[in-house]
Design a protein around this ligand. Sequence first.
Ligand SMILES: Nc1ncnc2c1ncn2[C@@H]1O[C@H](COP(=O)(O)OP(=O)(O)O)[C@@H](O)[C@H]1O
Ligand SMILES: [Mg+2]
Length: 460
Amino acid sequence: MAAKRTQPPIEFECIECGYQSAKYFGRCPQCQGWNTMVESEAGEESPDADANATDKGRPQKLSDVGSGEVPRLVTGMDEFDRVLGGGIVSHSVTLIGGEPGVGKSTLLLEVSAALAQLGKKVLYYSGEESALQIKLRADRLGIASERILLFTIGTLEDLKSHVREARPDFLIIDSIQTLTSKKTAGLGGSAASLRYVTAEVIELAKKSGITVFIIGHITKEGQLAGPKTLEHMVDAVLYFQGEAQADIRLLRAEKNRFGPLNEVGIFQMSERGLASVSDPSQFLIQNRQSQPPGTAIFPAMSGMRPLLTEIQALASESPFAGNPRRIAIGFDNYRLSMLISIIEKKLKLPFYKSDVFLNITGGMVIREPAADLAVCQALISSFKNIAPRPNSALLGEVGLTGEIRPVSFLETRLKESIRQGFSTICLPAAQIAQGRLPINHDISVISIGNIGDLLNFLKP
Ligand SMILES: Nc1ncnc2c1ncn2[C@@H]1O[C@H](COP(=O)(O)OP(=O)(O)O)[C@@H](O)[C@H]1O
Ligand SMILES: [Mg+2]
């Protein structure tokens, strides 16, 4: 007679707050969330899963912790490696967000091909396209590899078994919104379900020692569809963006546990796929020879790389007397208002009668105070309709009393300006006085002590 099999007791767990119970509830007794209880996996744990759990938990001496760089894999796609901080960190989980059509699938298919070339095995899950559609894209991009495994339209549970079977080095999920779990089927595409699936993928990655890229759609407001918490769960969050009129694509690190923030990778999209743009400054400043009124060139720092960007301003008579508009794209609105107030007070220019629009071209975002002086030039130059000096760039933070303050990374920014052929640069007088300018600079330096000096510099 066969012995009666003892089933492990079924446990339930709330995917919102983690509440555990032997009994199922339609509504979690702890966080009051509806339909958030799922069967817990406590009983399913594989025996080796916790093998080194004791090691993991035990405190170790700081001095015993191995030092050195985290291991990275350089894909050879320069701009992609750069944004990640110098290559892909093993066993990391990266979320890549972007609007539909920007090129996320293209990017990750090219990354897959680069990894396959390095002898890595990639499992590519697509819940959006059929294998044939992906094959058509691959043909267009000139990609064919037996190391890339495709798996289309399935559940999290299927994916897990494929990972166990195929043992890939990398897993690509295109997209997380299309990956559902049998356990959360009742939840539809809710935030809770998305979070659950993401958590499961991350756990799968850590247990199986694979590196994961998760594609996520973003909403019109620019947020990853689903909860912000998704961003907290992963190691890095990258945003892929496109310029409406151009074929330029920007990949920006919004969060990165293993690399610098605000690093931007620049690609050009064509029929043949994405190409790394090796000299992005040139792309961002195209008309420096004849700078029209309302513009200024600012040597920005994007992560650790200098990137010359063009700032454009438009000051036009406001139809809303007494309540003019101040609108900035790629720059802080409050900072723009502050700079306008400083110009108004110190230079007696009646900006209160003007609507002001400020734009950083190329879809760049500038958060550095070092851009203040360039923003002020764009504003004054538009307001007074005077063209900036040809081939000139500006650096300096503007204080509330109109004084110009020193900036960081001066040498790097200067070198890039010189490399791009700029002949004149405005710098904070205070910084020149410190005498820390790199000698032998091949550029004429204009000393700007306060906002009044800027006006004099601009006068024809
Ligand atoms: N035949 C083609 N020729 C040139 N570019 C194409 C072609 N097909 C697609 N693209 C480019 O690829 C983009 C779509 O890329 P895709 O990776 O599918 O985006 P996502 O996954 O972000 O929705 C299009 O917006 C277009 O720029
Ligand atoms: Mg896609």
